[in-house]
Design a binder for this molecule. Structure first.
Ligand code: IPE
Ligand code: IPE
Ligand code: MG
Length: 240
């Protein structure tokens, strides 16, 4: 689908992507899994550009889950270094495009200090940008996020009777982030894998067989087109 085919007045405000299938894509061509992660960088930047062009204001991408530490040491090391490398190489370009870069996830001892420094510098550099907020979920788990929020609520001493959904939402990693309107998962897996559990309560879910390294601008517009054909009811009734 092309940009012109979309109703630009009804574009999702927030799209979240589970960038899946890098490893299988690489292996299918006789390449090491890490080459799939490399190829995924192009897709990510095509999707960023597509969001800018379509007027999507928030894009959240799942880069590394709290469960991904279970992968072979070499792949984990590659992913950490690669994420740091992307930030170093491409943050000026993101900044020039008006993208505000943020991170969500646990900053535990497993995340190297150097990577944390790059994250903070990217966030600081781009913090005044307003066109698109690109949130990178790194060492992110939806359950961990809820646990971390609950810990803060308990520490703040709010009486149990006063706890509401707002209380929890205010203590999530980025309280300013609106809930995703559309969640896209590539590569033919029909699961959430611990992504944004709280936030996607009413998101439209879209699963595509396309592996992440083959996902790009056109595929993004297809997904937005499909989103525009759906009817969101939020528990109400048609047109109500
Ligand atoms: C997604 O691709 C990237 C990360 C999880 C970091 P995968 O590495 O999960 O690729 P597949 O799903 O094994 O093909
Ligand atoms: C989800 O993909 C995490 C990321 C894309 C970063 P996985 O490939 O880790 O998920 P599972 O293991 O197939 O559920
Ligand atoms: Mg996977």
């Amino acid at each position: 689908m092309k940009l012109d085919d979309l109703d630009l007045g009804r574009v999702p405000r927030h799209i979240a992507c589970v960038m899946d299938g890098n490893g299988r894509w690489a292996q299918a061509q006789g390449l090491p899994r890490t080459e799939g992660h490399r190829a995924g960088e192009t897709s990510l930047f095509e999707v960023v550009q597509g969001c800018l062009d379509a007027g999507v204001q928030w894009l959240t991408v799942y880069a590394f889950s709290t469960e991904n530490w279970r992968r072979p040491k070499d792949e984990v090391r590659f992913l950490i270094n690669f994420n740091e490398d992307i930030l170093l190489r491409r943050r000026d370009e993101l900044h020039a495009k008006g993208v505000r870069v943020r991170f969500v996830g646990r900053r535990d001892w497993r995340v190297p200090k150097r990577l944390i420094r790059q994250m903070d510098e990217s966030t600081e550099l781009t913090r005044r940008n307003r066109k698109l907020t690109l949130t990178i979920a790194f060492n992110y788990g939806g359950r961990a996020e809820i646990v971390d929020a609950v810990k803060q609520v308990v520490e703040s001493g709010v009486p149990a009777a006063k706890v509401t959904e707002r209380t929890i939402a205010k203590h999530l990693y980025d309280p300013e982030m609106p809930d995703p309107d559309l969640v896209i998962r590539t590569s033919g897996e029909y699961r959430i894998s611990n992504f944004l559990l709280w936030e996607l309560a009413y998101s439209e879910l879209l699963f595509t067989d396309t592996p992440w390294p083959e996902f790009g601008r056109c595929a993004l517009f297809d997904a937005i087109g499909e989103y525009q054909d759906r009817e969101r009811r939020f528990g109400g009734v048609d047109g109500g």
